[in-house]
Design a protein around this ligand. Structure first.
Ligand code: PLP
Length: 420
């Protein structure tokens, strides 16, 4: 079913504001963070104005309502990705979720026998890819530096796909863990995660999927994806900041040592030692972000109401339009795949003779918000032979007219900088 974008736009109050220059806002930066519909804003505000209390702590009515809202949100998110609630851990964001696994692995060195499978050290290897966001790169680099394990990576091809030719050697009996993006935030590339995960599992390795750009945009089923862990952020899927999710297979979460310790994650505390609650609470130290979780729950309802298949189809149409419109502009080089096959809606490009920051500024003068820079994927930019790029990303509220406005904005910038 086609999305009724005009109707959807009415749900997003921010789209009514004017942009620089007094014109209409053209928001093409949802890959960085999405806008929030009134349903999500109302859910978050409703928690604060009606039921605000610390979840899992109060014995009073508000505490009970707060706990119910928090656990209800967990069940909602779990269903959204085909997981069980006890496999769904709330974190601060995707970055935090990935660090939870990386630090859990470090902490395994001093934990009991059940944590043995997470221990990494000299002779072990951690495999990532050259197209990772820094959030799925630096934590693994750091883990390797702390433990003496070796970091390896799958290279990218000039087209911005993963070069899987050497996969047979890269995944081997030394491989402890494979961490891979499910959709690049720069090129939109969708790697064959299930295939990579199957190879990793045959070698006895764990698999972490970075779902930050997948879960908001495509129907997601963790079982079909084949990953052991999946990280994503609420703020990129119409929901509030300050909340992320780590999916983890039950038996793995049950054996993984905690990352952050303190209140709310303990079973019994004595001065000498502490025992921990089972997952997911074991990984949720401190007072939980209930209002944000209520917002995420409303966002899942909103997206489910639209139908994730329809969301994906809408974005594919916009992406196809953008790829065609930009390819027609002389001097524009699109980074990554030039068709929508196995490709999501991040369209990054360079324009000959114009620095991305200058281009971003000229587009902003026309009310068009894009991202300029390395998009937290510096090694990928190096591999593609560019320092930086300009990136347009799409979501449920974007229109084909906005894609045309982007193309026209690029031509305007070329005239401005004398590059035509
Ligand atoms: N992974 C990818 C692919 C991303 O695009 C991002 C954010 O842009 C992240 C991870 C990190 O997300 P967050 O900053 O919300 O933790």
């Amino acid at each position: 079913m086609t999305l009724d974008v005009a109707r959807i736009r009415e749900d997003f109050p921010i789209l009514e504001r004017t942009a620089r220059g007094g014109g209409q806002l053209v928001y093409l930066d949802s890959g960085a963070t999405s806008q929030k519909p009134q349903q999500v804003l109302a859910a978050e505000q409703g928690m604060y104005s009606r039921s605000n209390a610390a979840a899992h702590r109060g014995t009073h009515l508000l505490g009970e309502e707060s706990t119910d809202a928090y656990e209800g949100a967990r069940a909602k998110v779990a269903a959204f990705i085909g997981a069980e609630p006890d496999e769904t851990v709330f974190t601060r964001n995707a970055t935090d979720a990935i660090n939870l696994v990386a630090y859990g692995m470090s902490n395994a060195a001093t934990s009991g026998p059940e944590a043995a499978r997470f221990r990494a050290g000299p002779g072990d290897e951690v495999l990532i890819t050259e197209m990772e966001h820094h959030a799925n790169l630096v934590p693994w680099q750091q883990l390797c530096q702390r433990t003496g394990a070796r970091l390896r990576w799958i290279p990218v091809t000039p087209e911005g796909r993963l070069d899987l030719a050497g996969l047979g050697e890269l995944i081997n009996s030394r491989t402890k863990l494979v961490a891979v993006t499910c959709q690049s935030n720069v090129t939109g590339t969708v790697p064959p995660v299930a295939e990579i995960a199957a190879a990793a599992h045959r070698a006895g390795a764990l698999v972490v999927g970075d779902g930050a750009q997948l879960v908001p945009h495509q129907p997601t089923d963790v079982t079909a994806l084949g990953v052991d862990f999946l990280a994503f952020s609420a703020h990129k899927m119409l929901a509030p900041y300050g909340l992320g999710v780590l999916y983890g297979r039950s038996e793995l979460l049950a054996a993984l040592p905690p990352f952050i310790t303190g209140g709310s994650m303990i079973e019994v505390v004595r001065m000498e030692e502490t025992t921990f609650l089972p997952p997911p609470q074991r990984f949720e130290a401190g007072v939980p972000p209930v209002a944000q979780a209520a917002g995420l729950s409303a966002a899942c309802d909103y997206l489910t109401g639209l139908g994730m298949e329809n969301v994906a189809a809408h974005e594919e149409a916009l992406t196809g339009h953008a790829l065609k419109a930009l390819a027609e502009i002389p001097g524009v080089r699109i980074l990554g795949p030039l068709t929508t096959e196995d490709r999501g809606g991040a369209v990054s490009f360079e324009v000959a003779g114009i620095h991305p920051h200058d281009l971003g500024q000229v587009l902003d003068e026309s009310g068009i918000a894009v991202r300029a820079g390395h998009h937290c994927a510096w090694p990928l930019h190096r591999a593609l032979g560019v320092q930086a790029s300009t990136r347009a990303t799409f979501y449920v509220y974007n229109t084909h007219d906005e894609v045309d406005a982007l193309a026209e904005g690029i031509r305007t910038a070329q005239r401005f900088f004398g590059e035509t």
